[in-house]
Write a protein that binds this ligand. Structure first.
Ligand code: NAD
Length: 296
């Protein structure tokens, strides 16, 4: 298949490479020449703008951009995709953005005959490189079925979440819960250790009891509990605090639109905000445990 790909960063770069490896022809665009180069070196063709990509012979265009404003610029601006694309070309946006923007862009695309899916991912840069991402997909059943083989070249778990925007709904709900649960685990671990327990023993009890969750058994924030977690390497790598902050912002904004209270989500957002303001935005989000430690 002839595929266009825009946004070749930490996630988009390895995802695009997996499409090449699966035998697809790829035409790519990014604002950063070095990112484009790493794809052309692997066999992709480069173009100079989203408009040029839209006018090329592609059947599907995938985007993986930082935030809603970039998605709007790439799809809706004068030299963006929709102004230049042929009817029938399929669109997939895998960026994590708010559900409302995803629905707005999908509606604009549908109006001119371009089926669009929102397909945000989880699994991080490791999952992007290994081709094991989870895709949470919003859009029609037909469009989902059409995209499935393509997404399978980049991911392992591909879930249809409902109509346009629902992929983003699943993503913000999951990440809000993750942000909250990480703070809960940090608080409980610190309490137990402050009261005299060994951190590993405490984690072992939690992980075989009702407090168990991904933040406790796979990504425990307390140093020394898990060799594989960012806590074992000074909270470097992993999922950055500022990215978690962005996702909590999406959740609280979406909650406002839905007039749905997210009391713990809003509190979690403030805690990550204050941690980021202390200069820790680049650390993995599990470093939030430092808020509970006296040397923070
Ligand atoms: P990134 O910043 O590494 O990559 C984004 C790329 O988009 C950059 O190469 C940038 O140059 C390009 N870009 C920005 N504006 C552009 C434009 N107008 N035209 C063309 N290219 C443009 O970000 P990332 O880590 O790859 O994340 C991408 C998305 O995936 C984000 O929405 C993020 O929240 C989400 N996400 C990231 C992770 C992760 O672990 N990094 C995990 C899951 C989801």
């Amino acid at each position: 298949m002839n595929i266009g790909f825009i946004g070749l960063g930490n996630m988009g770069g390895p995802m695009a490479l997996n499409l090449l490896k699966a035998g697809h022809a790829l035409t790519v665009f990014d604002l950063v020449p070095a990112s484009v180069h790493s794809l052309t070196a692997a066999g992709a063709t480069a173009v100079a703008s989203p408009a040029e990509l839209a006018r090329s012979e592609v059947q599907v265009i995938i985007t993986m951009l930082p935030a809603a404003r970039h998605v709007k610029a790439v799809y809706l601006s004068e030299d963006g995709l929709l102004a230049h694309i042929a009817k029938g070309v399929r669109l997939i946006d895998s960026s994590t953005i708010d559900p409302m923007t995803a629905r707005e862009v999908a509606a604009a695309a549908a109006q001119q005959g371009n089926p669009m899916l929102d397909a945000p991912v989880s699994g991080g840069t490791g999952g992007a490189a290994a081709g094991t991402l989870t895709f949470m997909v919003g859009g029609s059943v037909d469009d989902f079925e059409h995209a499935q083989p393509l997404l399978a070249a980049m991911g392992k778990n591909i879930v249809h979440c409902g109509a346009a925007g629902n992929g983003q709904v699943a993503k913000v709900a999951n990440n809000m819960l993750l942000g909250i649960s990480m703070i809960g685990v940090a608080e409980a671990m610190n309490l137990g250790v402050a009261l005299g327990m060994d951190a590993k023993v405490l984690a072992g009890v939690i992980n075989t009891s009702s407090g168990r969750c991904w933040s406790s058994d796979t990504y425990n924030p307390f140093p020394g509990v898990l060799d594989s977690a960012p806590a074992a390497r000074g909270y470097s790598g992993g999922f950055g605090t500022d990215l978690m902050l962005k996702d909590l912002g999406l959740a609280t904004e979406a909650a406002k639109q839905a007039q749905q209270p997210v009391l713990l989500g809003a509190l979690a957002q403030q805690l990550y905000q204050s941690f980021s303001a202390q200069g820790h935005g680049g650390l993995d989000f599990s470093a939030i445990i430092k808020l509970y430690q006296h040397d923070a």
